[in-house]
Design a protein around this ligand. Structure first.
Ligand code: 5GP
Ligand code: MG
Length: 178
């Protein structure tokens, strides 16, 4: 199996680009079928989702908009740890179907918070489309409407996902060698 080095860590090829492509194609066909008459607002969650969002959007067959948001991390007043605030969403989502495009759902904390934040703006519906999902890591009871691939609970890089800023450009996905 192909191995690469990023900074101090070694990674081994785990999901080839062809598998990613097929998973995104399947997901796009479902979204085309389910949402063609909903005028959904697609929302790319930067940075990790840039590559997934670009490839998915090319397969959407109805006219639709995409917006790009970031999550700003800050430490809240409570000792509960990090809270991530959604920034950059300029569209009015009231009464609209919103589809969050996420690279990976790990513990589920990020997407759970995001869905809750969005729902305060009274959208008609919030759907989650994630390329990758780690079921063993997930601690939240969240509804994932579209899942590309379920993966083991290991750290991965590539296809938009980084290790300390590196690896986002890789067309395949690699798993860290422990
Ligand atoms: P969660 O809040 O679900 O635990 O984590 C979501 C975020 O953590 C993802 O959007 C991603 O930025 C990051 N993340 C989770 N697992 C991985 C991983 O295996 N590799 C990389 N590069 N980022 C991950
Ligand atoms: Mg992400």
């Amino acid at each position: 199996m192909k191995r690469i080095q990023l900074l101090d860590k070694e990674f081994v090829l785990s999901i080839p680009a062809s598998d990613i492509k097929r998973a995104i194609w399947d997901m796009a066909m479902k979204i085309n079928r389910d949402l063609h008459d909903k005028n959904p607002l697609m929302v790319c969650i930067l940075n990790g989702s840039f590559m997934f969002s670009a490839d998915l959007m090319k397969l959407i067959e109805f006219p639709c908009e995409i917006s790009f948001v970031k999550l700003s991390s800050y430490h809240g007043m409570e000792s509960t740890g990090e809270v991530k605030q959604l920034i950059g969403l300029n569209e009015n989502v009231e009464g609209r179907t919103v589809v969050l495009l996420e690279d990976i759902v790990d513990t589920g904390v990020t997407i759970d918070n995001l869905v809750r934040q969005l729902k305060t703006q009274n959208p008609a519906d919030v759907k989650v489309a994630t390329l990758l999902f780690k079921p063993e890591a997930c601690t939240r009871d969240i509804k994932l409407d579209y899942v590309g691939l379920e993966i083991p609970n290991d750290f991965i890089v590539g296809y938009g996902l980084d290790y300390d800023g590196y690896g986002r450009n890789l067309p395949d996905i690699y798993t860290v060698v422990k």
